[in-house]
Design a protein around this ligand. Structure first.
Ligand SMILES: [Zn+2]
Length: 505
């Protein structure tokens, strides 16, 4: 096997450090194929060449990198500059150092140490440790023995419960306010912590803050569908792309309740067919606008323009005020915080380093937009809800900016509501909903506000309406990975057809 033993030892080490998965059967077969004595020189030569693609493929499979489809889409669309930045982030200096040390040790000791045997022991240490109950993969087995229901059964029960939830809005009335939903790409509580902005003054201006709101998705596409299908309970990831019945689609439901619905993007909406998703899946057909009149304040990771948020929102508001009395419900999407954006005039900075100034600009833009709404004197319910986090910090399994595992650092996001046109709460500061919540709970509050206007003379205060806000246990999903939170507050994850494992990040 020669130096290939290093490959298996390094991967077993990364597995035990919690950085990658390790399909031990596949690795064992590959190791056996490499160690098998071959008589003919041509066969040995062929094996030497074939080993490389197999080794890379197996490593890719064992890593938590995004699946091939997403990766290829990225490689095709990302600018060279952004790809370089991603590659630099993927290299962990400590892992690189350990690899160099490993190669040096191999060079020195290969003559005396039977490395092939050591490599097989390394591979077999993975199932052995799991069997002993100490490894990452075994934690779930220990847990499910202790708890009455295993995570799989609890997940089934979750989806069963969720399938029974459906919002009821009064049809055919005239709501007493306009509704603006600010859907923000790449903003999680954890990102705010990383840049020290958890207590940004904007949050104090809201009337209600959800401190444990789960976006349930870590990519924009599914996050949009989850928000727009939020008139019903949470569905499996796979079901999202099969569409949703009309009564589950938030904006058509709002339309029935008397709103004139529309959507506005601060980007061209072409990446990943974002606009088409809104139009053909999200119930906003023919209603999606791009704020092309606003100045371009950044370039996206694929070079496309990103328009200034305040200018875009102000222009929409001016236009809306010129229209008649029918209440408007706007879906607004901003990618100003997305990874890989280039701010004009500061091209030398990495997109991670520019996150904080971009965040300041966005939150200040929202702040000033709220000021404009307030000074217009019209009643507006403003909702801010992020799509998912930026993964600024990354974790043991995914480098900064990667979001393949929809863990709590990526999907716990600051959702907030402001009732514009009402005096702020006595005593200041927002009410905080700290139970686990998601879209349906937020939308239940909206339904309550539509059914019983908060702007009437004897309206119930917001605090009296929190009973209409339910709770949704933490379940987040991507195409291939599910993450759930258990009763003790710990997280478990399942990738593909693999076993449940504890997710320590
Ligand atoms: Zn996004």
């Amino acid at each position: 096997m020669g130096a290939w033993s290093l490959y298996f030892l390094a991967k077993a080490g990364l597995y035990h450090a919690g950085s990658i998965g390790f399909g031990w059967i596949g690795n064992l077969l590959f190791a056996a194929a490499l160690a098998w004595p071959l008589r003919w020189p041509w066969a040995r030569r062929a094996r030497r060449w074939l080993a490389w693609p197999v080794a890379l493929g197996l490593l890719y499979h064992d890593s938590f990198l995004p699946g091939p489809e997403r990766l290829l889409a990225g490689l095709g669309g990302f600018s060279a500059e952004y790809l370089w930045e991603l590659a630099a982030r993927a290299v962990n200096p400590w892992v690189a150092l350990a690899l160099v040390a490993g190669v040096a040790a191999y060079g020195l000791l290969a003559r005396w140490v039977p490395f092939t045997v050591v490599a097989f022991l390394g591979i077999l240490s993975v199932p052995a440790v799991a069997e002993l109950g100490a490894g990452p993969a075994a934690a779930s087995a220990v847990h499910s023995a202790a708890a009455p229901a295993d995570p799989q059964a609890r997940l089934q029960a979750f989806y069963q419960d969720e399938s029974r939830r459906k919002l009821h809005l009064p049809a055919g009335g005239t709501p007493a306010f306009d509704l603006v939903v600010l859907h923000v790409c790449s903003l999680a509580w954890d990102d705010l912590d990383v840049v020290g902005e958890r207590n940004h003054p904007l949050f104090a201006r809201f009337d209600l803050l959800f401190s444990d709101f789960n976006s349930a998705a870590s990519y924009s596409g599914p996050a949009v569908l989850r928000l727009l299908y939020g008139a019903c309970g949470q569905v499996r990831h796979g079901q999202l792309y099969r569409g949703a019945p009309r009564e589950c689609q938030l904006f058509p439901v709002l339309e029935q309740a008397g709103f004139k619905t529309g959507a506005l993007l601060n980007h061209d909406g072409e990446f990943d067919d974002f606009s088409k998703l809104l139009e053909y899946r999200g119930g906003l057909r023919g209603k999606v606008q791009v704020s092309r009149g606003a100045p371009v304040h950044m370039r996206s990771f694929d070079g496309s323009p990103i328009y200034d948020d305040l200018a875009a929102l102000s222009a929409w508001w001016r236009q809306r005020q010129g229209q008649g009395g029918q209440p408007a419900a706007l879906y607004y999407n901003t990618v100003s915080l997305h990874d890989g954006n280039r701010v004009s005039g500061s091209d030398t900075r990495s997109s991670l380093a520019s996150y904080k100034p971009r965040l300041h600009k966005l939150l200040n833009d929202f702040d000033r937009f709220i000021g404009q709404l307030e000074s217009s004197g019209r009643p507006v319910v403003l909702v801010m809800v992020p799509e998912h986090g930026a993964s600024l910090r990354g974790d043991k399994m995914q480098f900064a900016g990667m979001r393949e595992i929809p863990g709590p650092r990526v999907t716990l996001v600051p959702a907030a509501v402001k009732l514009i046109g009402l005096p702020g709460r006595q005593g200041g500061g927002p009410l905080v909903v700290d139970r686990p919540t998601s879209y349906f709970d937020l939308n239940s509050l909206l339904a309550d506000l539509v059914a019983d206007s908060p702007y009437g003379a004897r309206a119930r205060p917001l605090s009296a309406r929190l009973g209409s806000v339910g709770t949704t246990p933490f379940v987040s999903e991507n195409e291939d990975v599910v993450v759930v939170r258990n009763a003790a507050g710990g997280y478990r994850m399942k990738a593909g057809q693999g076993a449940w494992a504890s997710y320590a990040f």
